[in-house]
Ligand binder design. Sequence first.
Ligand code: UN1
Length: 503
Amino acid sequence: MKINEIFSSLGLDESLTQGGDLPVTSPIDGAVIANVKMHSSAEIEQKIDSAQRAFKQWRNVPAPRRGELIRLFGNILRDKKEALGALVSLECGKIFQEGMGEVQEMIDICDLAVGQSRQLFGLNIASERPSHKMREFWQPLGPVGVISAFNFPVAVWSWNTAMAVVCGDSVLWKPSEKTPLTALACQNIFAQAMEEFGDDAPQDLVQLIIGEKAAGEQMVASKKMPLISATGSSAMGRIVGTQVAQRFGRSLLELGGNNAIIVAPSADLSIAFQGIFFGSVGTCGQRCTTTRRIFVHDSVYDELVPQLKSAYSKVKIGNPLDENALVGPLIDKDSFDNMQKALELAKENGGEIIGGERTLQDQYPDAYYVKPALVEMTGDVNNVKEETFAPILYVFKYSDLDEAIERQNDVPQGLSSAIFTKDVLEAEIFTSECGSDCGIANVNIGTSGAEIGGAFGGEKETGGGRESGSDAWKVYMRRMTSTLNYSKELPLAQGIKFDLSDL
Ligand code: UN1
């Protein structure tokens, strides 16, 4: 698909893509593909107010009817899958297969949310008082602020939006300033679903803010936004989390990862190889779930590591819209510079590096394609604690499982982890209370590419939030405990006597 076909299929006409003050650069070749308009601080304030108004209307619509809107949205996404998948590739540089996968993830969360719209159920709890009922209700929360990152420019927004909308909330979205076009396209698709739905959905139910850091800060600071769901670096999350906590708001943080895979002596090395390879070079190392470290048992090290090194040197790097390429470009020069800094440090620490160099610069002088780097860590360096958002895989040797788990956990982040083993005891230890300390702990699959059905997020500096499946919907709602008395007495809890007979 050509750029103009992609744009027109997604309703990105000149009024949206031309004449604005924010240039959009494609990481494929560094070319400016659009100039979009940023919102002023006054416009953002208006959007926050309309999000509140929309919420007050939307919360009255029955939840299964709210689900109908998401069903329509999911259907349009099915029609637009190729075009939106291609725009994701064009704007953030991931290969087309992964762009399509990202749109599929949006469709999947819509399906889940539609079902969820009929299951927002609470509890009946036994009351200690006679003729009393105690119940728990889940009520819509309010406008939800979503801050998303460039690397999953559409899926993470849709995890939040599909759930928030069925829960009765309105949504205000501040995408990464590196990927506003995919956000505008999603907004168009959502508007189409709203049109098909009918007029019981308020016009400003789901809105978009285009802007830089200050735009996000304005939303984060507003007391009118009871929940801020933010995806990005731990440094960003530390600021957002603190600011939201200061105003007693709720935050859902999905931040940095430093994900590891343990390869045990009994591992099926063929699938371990595939899991490590997709996890480490896929998305050019720019997923929060990217495999950044592997701990390989010394009995299988000499078989697995040479195989990985050979694949690293052969992997096809290129234009992400070319179907032969498995690795596209890094997002920008800053990202490339950070990768080089991390590799220099690894070298100083005795790491033996293959790959890591810039490539294809003759063809794409303004883009940053790199050879994925594999770094064998020797000597006394037994860990790497920083997340570098680039394809660098640090390889360590281990001999004792408990020690490998300890080293895996001994980092500030706690998002995803995996073990490859056929030993049932090892698998159970890894997923036990003394195993992995991450939000995701897989057995015989890699660290990246989670399905939407599970709760997604992690511990420690990953921020502690959970979004997507399982009971993550509860974060978008307000919990209410209600005790009802159907007797003619007023007994007090805890048997307290409060005698009013003399009054
Ligand atoms: C992210 O990188 O922010 O598990 C999200 C995965 C994807 C989501 C990644 N389903 O790799």
